[in-house]
Design a protein around this ligand. Structure first.
Ligand SMILES: Cc1cc2nc3c(=O)[nH]c(=O)nc-3n(C[C@H](O)[C@H](O)[C@H](O)COP(=O)(O)OP(=O)(O)OC[C@H]3O[C@@H](n4cnc5c(N)ncnc54)[C@H](O)[C@@H]3O)c2cc1C
Length: 419
């Protein structure tokens, strides 16, 4: 008799440690078929990114190795999951498919189509948690962080799972090739690299690193985005401000889950009426780090060259685009997605809306103006950040005057609000 078989569909949970779908499938079936579907819509879509694609391909190579070390393998197929998964299930006689639920509108729409196609083929889709610390769909919709955080802390946590010792797969697996990565940013993808980064990170250094742009914070964001590191496992090693930052990740995922229209619209609907009067020339100067404001130029060049930017620099550069150059936050959001290795629809959109004062967790506009000159004094006290990324910026004539533009923004936002 044929052994019982299930597919395990890896998505952005590219690890073997603490992997609920893999564990559940191994517990219930004799064999599993671990699979990743290289969907051209992911690599060539609106938010395509060379750096992120290279990181993903590293992750796949590393995951295949980890599965091979346990007697298994990773099937990599090109196509759409709604076609490829039922086909693979038929080929191997699989009767169930396990995967971890996700929150972006693209992922949710795709998963519905996949579930329908699997069900039609007689294969049972089984969703598990896995990508976030807690079950963020379980709480009522929140649009302010602090009350969300209080409710979220009370949510139950699942146990952290170890990596399986063995992964039994069918003997006739056609595993497919993993394309060679193109241009990389400054991080290699993969669970092995992610776990090394997690184990080497010293939370005691975090408070200083957060406020000084020349220092590095944990650098775990890309590993969290692709699930090379489990957010739940990381939580068990976290405390203080670092633990609170991890809660922001769950918060923005929660916001997108509850408000999918936010990917295209301001969460505060009236703020879609802002008249964006900025010039294309200024947008290009911002992208290329030629604004004459060293904090902005250093951040934008760090992003272009490495695929990462310090959180403080993300705040300064994003605020500058929207509130000094009067350019629609969505153009900035898209530019970040092209370069960030950790580019993540929920996190990027949530943060862009936050700094643009159009999203959740609102505060009075005057409190969310970042003066790029003062920010630089505070957050690059020794000048190391600018010296590294944009030493020539001081010689560029500033393209706008912050004080003047601040006034224009107050007026434009006031008009949109009808005040
Ligand atoms: C305009 C803008 C765009 C951003 N876009 C993204 C994005 O696409 N993807 C992304 O992962 N983060 C994004 N962030 C949040 C934050 O800047 C990065 O998560 C962080 O800088 C990554 O470096 P790290 O891993 O060293 O972070 P650490 O400071 O070490 O934090 C640890 C982890 O906590 C989470 N975290 C920290 N700060 C935030 C935050 N403000 N919002 C949500 N989660 C947070 C991340 O998962 C991060 O890896 C954005 C912030 C801004 C202001």
């Amino acid at each position: 008799m044929m052994a019982t078989t299930a597919l395990v569909w890896f998505r952005r949970d590219l690890r073997v440690h603490d992997h609920p779908p893999l564990r559940a499938a191994l517990d219930a079936f004799e064999r599993v078929v671990p699979v990743f579907v290289l969907d051209p819509r992911l690599l060539e879509g609106r938010f395509e990114s060379e750096y992120r694609a290279a990181f993903l391909l590293d992750c796949l190579k590393d995951l295949r190795k980890a599965l091979q070390e346990r007697g298994g393998n990773l099937v990599v197929v090109r196509g759409t999951p709604e076609q490829e998964l039922p086909r693979l299930a038929r080929e191997h006689g699989a009767t169930a498919t396990y995967f971890a639920s996700d929150v972006s509108p693209f992922a949710m729409g795709r998963d519905q189509r996949v579930e329908a196609a699997l069900t039609e083929a007689g294969v049972e889709p089984r969703r598990t948690p896995g990508n976030f610390i807690a079950d963020i769909g379980k709480v009522k919709p929140y649009s302010v962080f602090s009350p969300f955080w209080r409710a979220w802390r009370e949510l139950p946590r699942r146990d952290v799972l170890g990596a399986p010792r063995t992964v039994t797969v069918p003997s006739n697996l056609a595993v497919g090739t993993i394309p060679a990565p193109g241009k990389r940013g400054d991080q290699h993808g993969g669970e092995a690299a992610g776990r090394r980064q997690m184990l080497a990170f010293d939370p005691a250094t975090y408070d200083d690193a957060r406020v000084n742009m020349a220092l590095q914070t944990s650098r775990l964001s890309a590993y969290l985005h692709f699930g090379c590191v489990s957010a739940r496992e990381l939580e068990t090693r976290s405390s203080g401000k670092f633990a609170r930052q991890l809660a922001w990740r769950d918060f923005y995922a929660h916001v997108l889950l509850k408000h999918p229209r936010n990917t295209r619209h301001a969460h505060q609907a009236e703020m879609d009426a802002i008249e964006w009067e900025g010039e294309d020339e200024h947008f290009h100067a911002w992208c290329e780090g030629r604004t004459g404001y060293p904090a902005v130029d250093a951040g934008m060049r760090q992003l272009a060259q490495t695929g990462w930017m310090h959180n403080r620099a993300r705040l300064i550069t994003a605020s500058f685009l929207v509130k000094d150059l009067h350019i629609d936050w969505r153009r900035g959001e898209q530019h970040f997605m092209r370069y960030l290795i950790d580019g993540d629809v929920a996190q990027n959109n949530g943060n862009w809306q936050w700094i643009s004062s159009v999203g959740v967790d609102p505060a009075p506009l005057y409190r969310r103006f970042y003066n790029p000159t003062l920010q630089l004094q505070r957050h690059d006290p020794d000048g190391d950040y600018v010296a590294r990324w944009a030493p020539d910026s001081q010689t560029i004539t500033p393209i706008v005057d912050h004080a003047v533009e601040r006034k224009r923004t107050m007026e434009a936002y006031g008009r949109a609000r009808g005040t």
